[in-house]
Write a protein that binds this ligand. Structure first.
Ligand SMILES: [Ca+2]
Ligand SMILES: [Ca+2]
Length: 376
């Protein structure tokens, strides 16, 4: 016990002095289930005389593999199964191996055995603690990775001036208030629609650009609007977003809005303002006027589940989808390629209410002399 104590002190001192971290220890114990008098063994003594642990020299690049060699006491060993106890990353691990001793005690296998343990963080000391008939530690091989090299500073060109780090500026916001016919509690619409949140796309055209010119690609921003169900709120029954984020948009633009089921529509400035434009400034919220959209753009249906649909035109194709493809019991059949679109009041059914909404849209469009949304 004294020797062990001294050894421990020396070991720990060694570790302390050289900065090694003692992360684990291994312990080997043995027992002798194959003890046999026929082998002329008077007693069953199986214990390691020494354990040598050698770390993989490529440990730092190939994972940490530790090869463990155990030298047994040859004199009294019969058939011994040994368990090596060790730790990896602080977790206790074991590995077993068997030393089957031949009758001929001069056989090297009689006195030696070797095994390999592998782990990701087998560092520090490895050894065998006293147990049973005793054991000895003969060597420690701390797993040493090369010290990280410090890159040698090189003379790099000095920038002419400080490098400006782009910082995100304040975002521009827009207040959007939509009235969707027959959806929302206003004017007798469906107060509990299945989809109280809707996606919208805003289109921004320069003041001198014509939204109906297909060669012009507008700036677009997407967002959502939510149905206001708070009675007496002032926007009850409207789909609103008081701060729809439109990024860093800065300038004066014509603005149009589109949502699934509805024709695109341009926000019309207040009376007397012939510019048709709104000013957007980062950090500020531009209030767009309340706008009512026209419902009925059902076809073409979405190409993917939940995808956008419609072509910004309401015509015979949309009528056929609602009145023939999806009406009544057909809503759940293969003839209805866009039930969500045909259910104009969003109550889960395609019926006379939806039909009447569509007919009303046709009347409005007929008076306007068009079938398409603004800019179509
Ligand atoms: Ca359509
Ligand atoms: Ca409906």
């Amino acid at each position: 016990m004294k020797k062990i104590l001294i050894f421990s002190i020396v070991s720990f001192s060694f570790i302390a002095v050289f900065g090694y971290v003692l992360l684990n220890q291994s312990f080997a114990t043995g027992y002798c289930p194959g003890y046999s008098a026929s082998k002329g063994i008077a007693q069953c003594y199986c214990y390691p005389l020494s354990v040598t642990a050698t770390n993989d020299t490529n440990a730092c690049t190939n994972g940490k593999t530790t090869s463990v060699t155990v030298n047994w006491n040859g004199a009294n060993c019969a058939y011994c199964t040994y368990t090596l106890h060790w730790t990896d990353n602080g977790a206790s691990k074991t590995t077993n191996w068997t030393n089957s001793c031949p009758d001929n005690k001069s056989d090297p296998a009689y006195a030696n055995n070797q095994t390999t343990i592998t782990g990701t963080d087998i560092t520090g000391s490895i050894g065998v603690a006293p147990l049973n008939q005793g054991s000895q530690i003969t060597s420690d091989t701390p797993n040493q990775c090369p010290a990280p090299t410090t890159p040698t500073p090189t003379n790099s060109p000095t920038p002419a001036g400080p490098t400006a780090t782009p910082t995100p500026g304040p975002h521009t916001k827009a207040k959007v208030v939509l009235l969707l016919p027959a959806v929302g509690g206003k004017n007798g619409g469906n107060a509990s629609p299945g989809r109280p949140t809707r996606n919208v796309t805003l289109y921004f055209y320069q003041a001198d650009q014509d939204p109906s010119d297909p060669s012009i690609t507008p700036i677009t921003r997407t967002g959502t609007v939510h149905l206001d169900t708070t009675t007496g709120s002032g926007t009850y029954g409207y789909f609103i977003n008081t701060t729809l984020d439109i990024g860093g948009l800065n300038g004066t633009y014509k603005v149009l809005v589109k949502s699934n089921q509805y024709l695109r529509k341009q926000f019309v400035p207040k009376t007397g303002d012939n510019s048709q434009t709104y000013v957007f400034t980062p950090g500020q919220t531009t209030v767009l006027p309340t706008i009512t959209l026209l419902a009925g753009d059902i076809v073409p249906p979405p190409t993917t589940a939940g995808g956008d649909y419609g072509d910004n035109t309401i015509d015979i194709s949309d009528y056929n989808m609602l009145a023939r493809g999806c009406y009544g019991g057909k809503a759940t059949t293969s003839s209805c390629a866009n039930k969500e679109g045909a259910d104009l009041n969003d109550d889960g059914k395609v019926d006379g209410i939806d039909y009447n909404i569509l007919i009303r849209t046709f009347n409005i469009l007929a008076n306007q002399g068009t079938q398409g949304g603004d800019g179509e």
